[in-house]
Design a binder for this molecule. Structure first.
Ligand code: COA
Length: 172
């Protein structure tokens, strides 16, 4: 199995939008009302929105391919970090999704290594993210990748205000 991570460009928007929406639904549908899910998906996914994000110079999107087929993606962004992220030059992991058949098979580790390298290359010295407090698998994965708890923040999914844990790690 060969895992390759490459930067995504605007031409990737159609299939990436579909992958992003599907993996989001697969991860969270069981824990949220259909109304909240539909509201969030309508606001945050779709080809036009994806293309805008891919063209945004403050974001970096990486795609992990296994034997040439998309198996996951990560999106990093520069921007304001919450006060609990105290490290210098922060960059956020906005999204980090591996398709289900590839969970537990090392794709996520390869994608995270590429994300860390992209953040460093982009001048970041701290990598941080918000993760739903009940997403125990993701939290365990991030811990393996040297992230530690630094605080909490609220994530709004539709109309539901949920508690995210904020995790961060130095890049030095
Ligand atoms: C989060 C994600 C990228 C992690 O990738 P992964 O390949 O599943 O991660 P790994 O299997 O290497 O590590 C997960 C760890 O969680 C733990 N784990 C495994 N299965 C678990 C389960 N069912 N429930 C809770 N924890 C679990 C284990 O400690 C495991 O590490 P180990 O097997 O080395 O001990 C991937 O699961 C994913 O894409 N999930 C859906 C999207 C998502 O939640 N993204 C994060 C948004 S913030």
């Amino acid at each position: 199995m060969s895992v390759v991570v490459r930067p995504a460009g605007a031409h990737d928007a159609p299939w990436l939008a579909a992958l992003a929406e599907r993996t989001f639904r697969e991860t969270y549908s069981a824990y949220n009302t259909p109304d909240d899910m539909e509201r969030y998906v309508a606001e945050h996914f779709g080809v036009a929105r994806q293309e805008t994000e891919l063209r945004d110079p403050r974001r970096v999107t990486l795609v992990a391919e296994v034997d040439g087929q998309a198996a996951g993606y990560a999106q990093l962004g520069r921007g304001d970090a919450p006060a609990c992220v105290a490290g210098p030059a922060p960059m956020e992991v906005l999204r980090f999704y591996v398709d289900r058949p590839w969970h537990g098979r090392g794709v996520a580790q390869t994608l995270m290594a590429a994300a860390v390298e992209a953040a460093r290359t982009g001048g970041a010295r701290t990598l941080w993210l918000g993760v739903w407090e009940q997403n125990t698998r993701a939290i365990a994965f991030y811990r393996k990748c040297a992230f530690g708890d630094v605080g909490t923040q609220i994530f709004v999914l539709g109309t539901d205000h949920q508690q995210d844990r904020v995790l961060a790690r130095p890049l030095d």
